[in-house]
Design a protein around this ligand. Structure first.
Ligand SMILES: Cc1ncc(COP(=O)(O)O)c(C=O)c1O
Length: 426
């Protein structure tokens, strides 16, 4: 019925603390008066200037803001209505880039196991999410998958110190096997979201795969739809690794969930051949660059900068994660607490030593989600992170402006829900 700050209220008057910002969307919580006012102002002027006829101040302002927030690394910003569209555009921009250079054989994509890039057929094709792909197998693109970059669950017999080199070598071998002349792009989530339960890559991974991609003229697409737009404590997630992808997808937190908005950011190196050969992009939708959505995006990004919320997310996120790890250490079944900034995952295991998951039939993560909801906390339960079927994790992604007392409430209620669910399963 209503949202205010970090809380939502239902028709019965129950109050819920939004500990996951919905699906990692609500970067400024709910009902922010300044965002609402900016949207209302835009609606009063004009709701939407269709891009074939007009540009708009909101669109131009947001484009400039994103270019600046990304340190000038991206030239073109293609707006859309969400994450799947942003990924779809990234795949198409990649193909158009090679078409513009006359390299029509470069059509294949490489992605990673345990990844999620969206629900449209192209984005679903590069996703490894068993349950969500199952009914569409046979109609998906032929995509090559390499191992997930997961330090908690590395490939068998790979020691921790060799994981990054192993994963980079696997990517290189895959490109060589497909033939570098056939490979267009490697797409990955810098911090895996729903398919892995918040999995940051091992140290040095982003630099290592960047080098492999550059070596074979394969574009690097960073899908920052869930982890980006400040959620992990730097505005671009890969800023943390000092790595710049060729194409980057953002959505979710970009306009804070107030109006649907996503974007595909394209580097000059990728954009130039397209402009030279084709004069522009062969992608876009009716609502691309929707004026009111852009106005919401401008307001959200302005508040994040003005209130220094990136610094808050970085500092307080580290403390929150440490405190949560300590709080959950009482449960043998909590195998891992990980993440960066306000993007944190808790993985549950049947056996902490072997990391064996609970069987899917137990439905542990959903059980925890239900119990915390009943107690007034929204978290984001995920299943299948181990092998596509089994595996339980919980994602926390509070609003960047959540108060300390609210972070404390998240920890207390999640701890209680995990405890109750585990007791029930004994
Ligand atoms: C990393 C990632 N990419 C793409 C998507 C698809 O975004 P949307 O649901 O807005 O289409 C998601 C959604 O969860 C995501 O987490």
């Amino acid at each position: 019925m209503r949202g205010s700050g970090s809380y939502l209220y239902d028709a019965a008057g129950n109050r819920y603390l939004d500990g996951s910002g919905g699906p990692a969307v609500f970067s400024l919580g709910h009902g922010h008066p300044e965002v609402n006012a900016a949207i209302a102002r835009q609606l009063e002027d004009v709701a939407f200037g269709y891009r074939y006829t007009f540009t708009s101040s909101a669109l131009e302002q947001l484009t400039d803001t994103l270019r600046r927030l990304c340190g000038g690394q991206f030239n073109d910003v293609l707006f859309c209505a969400g994450g799947s569209e942003a990924v779809e555009s990234a795949l198409k921009v990649t193909l158009q880039h090679y078409a513009a250079r006359g390299l029509m054989k470069k059509r294949r994509f490489v992605s990673r196991r345990r990844s999620w890039h969206g629900n449209t057929l192209g984005a679903l094709s590069v996703s490894d999410f068993t349950e969500r792909r199952r009914d569409f197998e046979g109609s998906l693109l032929d995509v090559a998958f390499v191992a997930a970059a997961n330090a908690y669950r590395p490939p068998a017999d790979v020691p921790p110190g060799e994981l990054t080199a192993h994963l980079a070598a696997e990517l290189e071998t895959t490109i060589q096997t497909l033939g570098p002349d056939n490979v267009a792009a490697f797409i990955f989530e810098p911090i895996v979201g729903a398919a892995g339960g918040v999995v940051p890559a091992p140290q040095g991974y982003a630099q290592a795969v960047r080098e492999v991609c550059s070596k074979y003229d394969v574009l690097m697409i960073a899908d920052e739809v869930m982890c980006g737009s400040g959620r992990s404590g730097t505005w671009r997630t890969l800023e943390f690794d000092s790595v710049v992808p060729d194409v980057m997808c953002i959505a979710k937190g970009l306009a804070g969930g107030y109006v649907p908005l996503g974007a595909t950011l394209v580097s000059s190196r990728v954009a130039e051949p397209i402009h030279a050969a084709h004069g522009g992009y062969q992608t876009g939708h009716t609502f691309s660059g929707h004026t009111t959505a852009c106005a919401a995006g401008v307001a959200v990004q302005h508040i994040i900068e003005r209130d220094a919320l990136m610094t808050r997310v970085r500092k307080s996120g580290a403390l929150f994660q440490t405190a949560l790890r300590e709080r959950l250490a009482q449960f043998d079944e909590v195998g891992d607490v990980r993440g960066r900034g306000y993007f944190i995952g808790v993985e549950l295991v049947r056996d902490r030593r072997t990391k064996a998951p609970f069987p899917r039939t137990r439905g542990l993560s959903y059980d925890i989600g239900r119990r915390s909801f009943a107690d007034g906390l929204i978290c984001y339960p995920c299943a299948g992170n181990v092998d596509g079927i089994n595996g339980d994790s919980i994602i926390l992604a509070p609003p960047y402006n959540a108060l300390d007392i609210e972070l404390e409430e998240i920890m207390t209620k999640l701890t209680a829900a995990i405890g109750a669910a585990l007791t029930a399963s004994d």
